[in-house]
Design a protein around this ligand. Structure first.
Ligand code: AMP
Ligand code: ZN
Length: 471
């Protein structure tokens, strides 16, 4: 009997059995990227972790329905509601319009999402497509008395929402004491946050909408509450994000949604930890915030990075380095070659190891314990007994391109890559078997070299020849 799925819930700080409201539509919301620059691998690691969540849910017989937002307006460069809008800043620096910047980086993000073989969200919601819904929600909060107006915007008064500090276990008194020195705005409480920002006559802000007879734009947090309300409806089952979202962004989402709709926003909150890179916090100035394209330029597949991500747990802090990526690449190559071997053996009807393969429950058990992929990986490395069905199961969970592949040269994702490869290799292997039978070793070596053009080599086993990937 397979185990039941348990997940660590930030809301309760406990690992709990997962019980969806409706198993045929598990409602999931993932806070997406701010599309003003190329995401670094730290950003992408989060979406890779949540892809495993979706696949493990499916494995447990649930049907996930997931919404992901793209923040294309209103994310200020500081969480304290000051600084410039990241999108407008990106536009100013690149000489493009803010709409062009958003379009360019959204497309880049979705392209890389595909390269990582991540399940496409059921809804991709652009923040700028939900402005009327933001305003409807803000209007509701105004009517219910949760807001106040200052010269630069409409703010949420966190003192009106008594549970404000609960989610992140915030110490509001400490927050107040710390803020006293710098705290000079018209905010009533340091934790208050902007729902709608007014554009001052002297200010250049290209994305603008009218509200209360003045131009303005939404604060960062409101979009997630408005999108969830309009695409999924409260409560949702699972809300995901990075740990940096706990004290501000998710705390604010809960306050504004639960104040407006008087329903719990989400039953389970999952947060992944951050990546450091080469021992340091990822930062542009240190140049350690690799993008997926950087890794591809160094000869790695995005799926090697995915392998690297799943070698650790989503709640552990991880340190990325090119050496550890290289180890993940070698491990993935090894697995692909094991799959290739199973594939060829089963084609020759010689699947002796089939009966002894690891059982389904051995794979799902660690995953059901809060997504422990690393344990499954160790299990795979430590067994010789696998068959094609086993690898298909592994592939459906981790989507590491063990059968399929992203071909860098043609920028194409190829399904049944293994079948195509086999079709290429088989005639050459046949000719080589004949050459060897005739003891024509020069021809046999030439044929081995011929395989190289397809990044393949040949292994001579007691049961005959097997093609293997070189990289
Ligand atoms: P952003 O585009 O800044 O909104 O971030 C997108 C996602 O990346 C969020 O879920 C963040 O929590 C996450 N994130 C940002 N920096 C890191 C990092 N160094 N490691 C892992 N995740 C990160
Ligand atoms: Zn969000």
């Amino acid at each position: 009997m397979p185990t039941k799925l348990t997940l660590y819930n930030t809301l309760t700080r406990k690992t709990e059995p997962f019980k969806p409201l409706d198993p045929t539509k598990v409602k999931i919301y993932t806070c997406g990227p701010t599309v003003y620059s190329s995401p670094h691998i730290g950003n992408f690691a989060t979406y890779v972790y949540w892809d495993l969540l979706l696949r493990v849910l499916k494995f447990n017989g649930f049907t996930p329905y997931r919404v992901l937002n793209l923040t294309d307006v209103g994310h200020l460069s500081s969480d304290a509601d000051d600084g410039e809008d990241k999108l407008e800043k990106g536009a100013r620096q690149s000489g493009k319009t803010v709409w062009e910047v958003a379009k360019y980086y959204s497309a880049e993000f979705l392209r890389d999402f595909k390269k990582l073989n991540l399940i496409e969200p059921d809804v991709i919601a652009k923040a700028t497509d939900y402005i009327p819904q933001d305003l409807e929600l803000i209007q509701k909060l105004i009517e219910k008395g949760f807001t106040y107006e200052t010269h630069d915007g409409i703010y949420f008064d966190t003192s009106k929402f008594p549970r404000y500090a609960d989610f992140a276990r915030l110490d509001l008194n400490h927050l107040k004491a710390g803020a006293r020195v710098e705290f000079s705005s018209e905010k009533r409480n340091p934790s208050d946050f902007v729902l709608w920002k007014f554009i001052q006559p002297s200010e250049k802000h290209d994305m603008r909408w009218d509200f209360l007879d003045r131009p303005g734009y939404p604060g960062w947090h409101i979009e997630c509450s408005a999108i969830i309300h309009n695409t999924l409806g409260e409560p949702i089952d699972i809300h995901t994000g990075g740990i940096d979202h706990i004290p501000v962004h998710h705390t604010n989402e809960i306050a504004q949604s639960e104040a407006a709709f008087e329903r719990k926003l989400a039953n389970y909150w999952l947060h992944c930890n951050h990546l450091t890179s080469e021992g340091q916090k990822i930062s542009k100035s240190l140049g350690n915030g690799y993008t997926l394209s950087d890794l591809e330029e160094k000869g790695y597949s995005p799926l090697d990075f995915k392998m690297w991500v799943y070698q650790g747990h989503y709640r552990s802090e991880r340190d990325f380095s090119l050496e550890s990526l290289e180890a993940a690449r070698v491990r993935r190559l090894n697995w692909r070659n094991r799959v290739a071997r199973c594939y060829q053996e089963e084609q020759q009807n010689d699947s002796k190891t089939a009966e002894k393969a690891i059982s389904f429950s051995e794979i799902i058990e660690p995953l059901n314990e809060d997504l422990n992929s690393a344990q499954v990986f160790a299990l795979i490395d430590n067994t010789n007994y696998t068959n094609l069905f086993f690898w298909q199961t592994i592939e459906s969970l981790f989507a590491l391109g063990l059968f399929e592949g992203y071909e860098q040269e043609s920028e194409m994702y190829i399904e049944n890559f293994i079948e195509k490869t086999s079709q290429l290799a088989s005639p050459i292997l046949k000719k080589r078997a004949m050459a060897r039978a005739e003891k024509n070793y020069a021809e046999s070596d030439r044929l081995r070299d011929e395989l190289k053009q397809y990044n393949l080599t040949v292994l001579d086993t007691p049961n005959g020849q097997i093609w293997q990937y070189i990289k």
